[in-house]
Design a binder for this molecule. Sequence first.
Ligand code: EPZ
Length: 451
Amino acid sequence: MEKIVIDGGRPLHGSIRCSGAKNAALPILIATLLAPGEHRLTNVPELADTSSTLSLLGRIGCPSLVQGSVRLDTTRIAFCEAPYDVVRKMRASVLVLGPMLARCGEARVSLPGGCAIGTRPIDQHLKGLEALGCRFELEGGYINGIAHDLKGAEIHLDMPTVTGTENILMAAVLARGTTRIHNAAREPEVVDLVHFLQNLGAKITGEGTSTLTIEGVPRLWPASRPYSIVPDRIEAGTYLCAAAIAGGDVEVTGCAPQLLEASLHKLREAGCHVEVGETSVRLRRDTPLRSFSARTEPYPGLATDMQAQLMAVATVAAGTSRIEETIFENRFMHAAELTRMGARIQHVGRLATVEGVEALKGAQVMASDLRASAALVLAGLAAQGLTEVLRIYHLDRGYEDLVGKLRGVGARIVRAPDTTDTDAMIEALDAADRADVSPEEEMAAGAPVSS
Ligand code: EPZ
């Protein structure tokens, strides 16, 4: 097992390239099941979750090749099953339900169970699929589904569930007749899935609005050209929060600024100077942070996946910030760990108040879920002394080369085995600093330049 070690207190300077969106890549990789043949995808982030998805697809008979781009051959499906050992590690595997039922007429998928941030039921997924004619039985923690004749329907979701919308959408594209999904999720990752499906020949309108209309077609075909995954707005927002909390001047490139407006608004409210380009966002912060209020909401509101990172920023913002989490019932797990670093956070139910402190102090802290771990890394960047973030397998699920990207803008940060002691950690940090010094910088510092 590894940990991330950060020696905080350094402002960040430079640029970070944004990767493709995890929450678009996962449904799109799975959507290839709807169109037998060879698919090519580009800008797929290299993450634990994307490799878990590719290995799940491999287990059901669809081999893939990752060489920069991702090639996936879904000509044959040998098993229509997503086993417990895969689903318990990655809830998004339940997204195979819709495509398997649409293509094979059957599916056996483990119930995902809860996770750190909430119970996360899938009742809306099943209700929508049943409206299309699917029938389910629950047996031994698995959902056994059959669908002999999918027929279009009017579907009303109780809440704009992201993967619920995606699961139902991926079945409706091959159903007979018209389906309308009301109260559909409007997230950019859902829009990206719609665009990918349209490239396969699906007839869908209303993407980005609360009503998706799907005219079912008899079959879909692999697109004639590679599909590029939309940039990750949460990753981009995370690195902008890093610059906000550590101070400095960071530009995130290769992103889609229009998709993270709600987060940019919060960072401006906190006193950061934010410049938006065509495909980049630059954040400068050289004055003290100011407290702010934030409330998470479905898109285009403030993303729940940005809540933990903004809370980290709030811990060192002068005044009292208020953060309300309206999407998940237990998404303040990072608060207790931030408190161990000297943050002053109270939370009751879904409302947290954060009283800004002068400075955080480095400590050993435990990651609990993907975005909470990112928040702890951000806090470490600003803290005095060493911070060790444990259980970083959570981070590897959703951030491509986070240590490398932060090192690239001057953070003193390394990955190290869990058992590494303090001296060895400092040695590793120094070695990383030396490794990152370019020959020009070394010459300027007076050291002999190696030949
Ligand atoms: C997606 O999860 C994302 N994951 C999450 O990102 C993200 O936090 C979430 O949407 C909200 O934006 C992927 O896209 C792979 P929901 P999802 O269904 O679809 C309740 C990350 O960090 N609900 O929109 O599982 C649910 O309990 C992850 O990248 C039901 O009650 O979220 C929650 O309270 C974390 N019944 C709310 O709706 C259902 O059938 C929203 O959940 C479905 C959902």
